[in-house]
Design a protein around this ligand. Structure first.
Ligand code: GUN
Ligand code: ZN
Length: 444
């Protein structure tokens, strides 16, 4: 690293503790350096929305010109923005709506709520509120389900594009087993999805995800059309739900009697592949996990949702053992918080219930560099390494009296991150930056 940087009018410097991961932490290796970069007194240089340099303040300070704006974050931790691998923007207002199981929850709350998104003005208003809420919680990228309305999907992308956020989203495909007011057809769903891909995939920072809601609400014809689109557009994402609740698994088996398992339905329609993200993955067997690994598909682990609906416990140990990819996700509105810190807390406890131990380093990895890697965006987001998009957050370990006391007593980085994951929430997010611009600043 040279100490003289080219003159630039757009250079901005941020001083604070800096942390990012470069590979998955291995609990058996005590030295953190194998997986992360940590600079207790660091300097982050941002130019034109990208990270120019990241390192020790003492090493980089000479690169600052007298006129370079410098923002100092005393006693704060700067890290990459969180990545939420599965969330529903239209379900924002119905978060915390109780139901005994997934299927009655969908019927009684979700579908009637999603009906309102036929109105693009409503969709635009909720998009703005939803994005504010993500940023307030330090989430800079999310994989987002819209509704079956193409106009609502446009409204979401327009809001995200205007704010220059990196979002992945898609119109829900659903041509059976749902109310008429939400139903598309195999033909209209495919035509609308293709038009949306052409309009949004790669427009600014927007990326498109083909979004069959879940196998029970799509006919074989619709899944077939979706698989054809996936073949035609190899770099678009795919997102769906699989093996969430036992009643749902039974229903899927009745509707697709020729499939070996629920996951196998998607496999038969060529919907397992890199950049295909499946929510929940609770009731998988080892053959399914092997297919997830071999196809490089990704599981979105949604602990707050799974506990809320009583769906079951994601088996992290089995996921690790099978080497299948997974990332953490909120799954709002079945998930009970927009905060990935709250989600880490519950992921930790779900693992404990199964006698598995998830260190805090792993939890933070799975919400940053690990998620980026799983989504094929390694090096672009989820990192503070030079060349990455400057999506980062500023965490305040003193944001509540209790957290301040616990953080002060922390004897290691692992202990500090553990306290943030177990005790933290939106109050810890002091500021959020997207492409170098401040998009959230917490009021004191
Ligand atoms: N399965 C099908 N649709 C949904 C949904 O909206 N939320 C959850 N959690 N599971 C689903
Ligand atoms: Zn979901």
């Amino acid at each position: 690293m040279t100490n003289t940087l080219p003159p630039s009018s757009d250079l901005h410097a941020f001083r604070g503790s800096l942390l990012y991961f470069h590979q998955q932490p291995d609990a058996n290796i005590p030295d953190h350096q194998h997986c992360l970069n940590y600079h207790a007194d660091g300097l982050l240089l941002v130019e034109n929305g990208k990270i120019l340099a990241c390192g020790d303040y003492s090493a980089l300070k000479e690169s600052l010109q007298p006129h370079t704006p410098l923002t100092q974050f005393h006693n704060k931790l700067i890290m990459p923005g969180f990545i939420d691998s599965h969330i529903h923007f239209p379900q924002t207002e119905m978060i915390a709506s109780p139901a005994p199981d997934l299927l009655p929850w969908l019927e009684n709350y979700t579908f009637p709520t999603e009906k309102r998104f036929a109105d693009p003005i409503h969709a635009a208003e909720i998009s703005e509120f939803f994005l504010d809420e993500l940023l307030r919680n330090g989430t800079t990228t999310a994989m987002v389900y819209c509704t079956s309305h193409k106009e609502a999907t446009d409204a979401f992308f327009e809001a995200s594009h205007r704010r220059n956020l990196r979002m992945i989203a898609g119109k829900v495909l659903m041509d059976r087993n749902c109310p008429d007011y939400l139903q598309d057809t195999a033909e209209s769903g495919a035509v609308d999805s293709e038009a949306l891909i052409q309009r949004w995939h790669g427009t600014g920072r927007q990326l498109y995800a083909l979004t069959p809601r879940f196998a029970p609400t799509s006919t074989p014809e619709q899944l077939g059309r979706c698989g054809e689109l996936a073949k035609a557009y190899t770099d678009v994402y795919i997102q769906s739900h699989v093996a969430e609740s036992q009643a749902e698994v039974k229903w899927a088996a009745e509707l697709f009697p020729n499939s070996r398992s629920y996951l196998d339905i998607y496999d038969q329609y060529c919907l397992l592949r890199p950049k295909a993200v499946y929510g929940h993955c609770i009731w998988l067997d080892d053959t399914d996990r092997g297919r997830m690994r071999d196809t490089q598909s990704v599981a979105a682990h949604c602990p707050t949702s799974n506990l809320f609906l009583g769906s079951g416990l994601f088996d992290v140990a089995a996921a690790e053992k099978s080497h299948m990819r997974y990332a953490l996700a909120t799954d709002v509105g079945a998930g009970t918080s927009f905060s990935l810190l709250r989600t880490m807390d519950e992921a930790y406890k779900v693992a404990r219930l199964q006698q598995y131990y998830l260190p805090a380093l792993q939890l933070f990895y799975h919400c940053t560099a690990g998620a980026a890697d799983a989504l094929g965006l390694a090096g672009k987001i989820g990192t503070l390494a030079a060349g990455a998009e400057a999506d980062f957050i500023v965490l305040d370990p003193n944001s509540t009296p209790l957290l301040a006391r616990r953080s002060t007593a922390a004897n290691s980085l692992e202990e500090l991150l553990f306290a943030l994951a177990l005790l933290g929430d939106d109050r810890c997010i002091h500021a959020t930056y997207a492409a170098g611009a401040c998009v959230h600043q917490r009021e004191e």
